[in-house]
Design a protein. Structure first.
Length: 204
């Protein structure tokens, strides 16, 4: 299987004294990326394969650049999923280009997510037709395109259908349906819900 071939390929490139690692990659990349190309696309599959090999190289104190393999912009700790992050990033950037006033909001939120370590809370308000959902969708595309997690929550199940991956707040935060003065959110620290929240870059 391609996933099994990538491991010895990394070892050969790192320690096998290969004269031209880049040529070796070009010669066998179709075989090495076949599973990921099938799952995503030609370009995205190769990017995922290189990101995975970079993780293996990190274990040996190396990286793609050090052994002259093509660079990838994917995060160093990449979780392979069914999401095509290259496509998501591209869609987000394309939408951003055609935005008007909304572009300021998207750029402001992204600057806080990736440049400012202090968490921030934004409140976006406006009458119907001012493209608030458009802004949310753009943020989702761009952040997922960077290989990061966005958690979209709403008050009702019907509203959840407006956002990619949207869920109700009760589902994500385990809010009790019947509330009183002593009610708390029942998210256990070792639960999948807690893991999701810890990994989330942005909650909408």
């Amino acid at each position: 299987m391609p996933s099994q071939l990538r491991k010895p390929f990394v070892v050969i490139c790192a320690f096998g004294e290969v004269e031209d690692v880049r040529s070796l990659w070009e010669q066998f990349k179709d075989v090495l990326c076949e599973d990921l190309v099938h799952r995503f696309s030609s370009d995205t599959g190769q990017q995922y394969a290189l990101a995975e090999m970079n993780q293996l190289l990190n274990f040996y104190g190396l990286c793609l650049k050090k052994i002259n393999l093509p660079h990838t912009n994917f995060p160093s700790q990449l979780n392979l999923s069914t999401i095509d992050v290259v496509k998501e990033e591209s869609e987000g950037r394309q939408i951003l280009e055609i935005m008007n006033e909304q572009k300021f909001v998207v750029q402001k939120v992204l600057s806080v997510v990736y440049e400012n370590k202090a968490p921030k809370l934004f409140f976006l308000d406006g009458p119907a037709g001012t493209k608030k959902t458009f802004v949310y969708s753009t943020l989702i595309h761009i952040i997922i395109g960077k290989g990061d997690q966005v958690t979209s929550v709403v008050s009702t199940g019907i509203a959840a259908t407006l956002l990619d991956g949207g869920r109700t707040a009760h589902s994500v935060f385990k809010i009790p349906l019947m509330l009183d003065a002593t009610s708390t959110c029942n998210v256990k620290s070792n639960s999948p819900e807690a893991k999701l929240l810890r990994e989330t870059k942005l909650i909408i």
